[in-house]
Design a protein around this ligand. Sequence first.
Ligand SMILES: Nc1ncnc2c1ncn2[C@@H]1O[C@H](COP(=O)(O)OP(=O)(O)OP(=O)(O)O)[C@@H](O)[C@H]1O
Ligand SMILES: [Mg+2]
Length: 275
Amino acid sequence: MASAHTILIKFGGNSLSGPGDLDRFAAELAGLIERGYRPILVHGGGPEISREMERRGMAVRKAAGLRITDEAALAVAAEVLSGINAATVDMLRGRGIDAVGVSAAEAGVVCTRKPPVTIVENGVEAVVDLDRVGDVIDVAGNWLQEAVASGTVPVIYPIGADDAGLLYNVNADTMAAFVAQASGAEAMVLLTDVPGILRGGETSSEVVHDITFKGIDELIAQGVITGGMLPKVEACRDAIRHSVPVVHMLNGREPNSMARKLIGHERIGTTVTQG
Ligand SMILES: Nc1ncnc2c1ncn2[C@@H]1O[C@H](COP(=O)(O)OP(=O)(O)OP(=O)(O)O)[C@@H](O)[C@H]1O
Ligand SMILES: [Mg+2]
């Protein structure tokens, strides 16, 4: 694929909260496109999915930051994510961006069921079956490639299908890492609701600006990296292992964070390197 200035930008459910944030993001994205960047967007929707499940009286269960997804939860996730997708596409088009919204399945992403994960809670190991949660194994066809080459901005929500067409919920960070490497992106940016990895855990304020793979292992072992940050750091490592040159985590609520990091090289967010 022509990878010139392709960047993968992933935003989470809490990082752009409400139309104000989304419109500011759209304006910032338009600015990056003007400077020659070709973005591919992947988004999550964790908090919105949890809220909708609770509204319907459904139990929200997670393990190692990943949602345990039964058939009913999958249906809610798909519905909520496609709603966020449509709202995002509308906002981008409002700023003159030629955005096209698709599910990962529609974009050609091929999944397989994720094997059970081993988690350690209070020193006790448990093996948890996540049910309809997928791992990404391939991107089939060249829809994505053609979309980017023609100047459109794919906006992808992370519901993927296996070879038999069975649908899976995929963590959006995991999805982002795979799409980034498959599209030859020169950078992956994960916009989240925190300013990066926080050294003292999620309630602290000290940002770790640069971290290596080994540093990540240490913070996981110390219990500093937990919850949604776990799949996020794994996604960063995965993208780098698969030759994505630059990976940043930034606070999506901080104005202009993408341009400040990618173009201004400001010391904000967390940058992951192999070390
Ligand atoms: N050491 C840490 N530093 C920063 N955040 C942490 C840390 N450990 C755990 N977290 C949690 O990780 C969260 C980010 O992951 P989360 O999955 O909730 O959001 P997201 O990936 O941006 O959104 P979505 O899952 O909707 O795509 C933070 O809000 C914070 O609560
Ligand atoms: Mg997440």
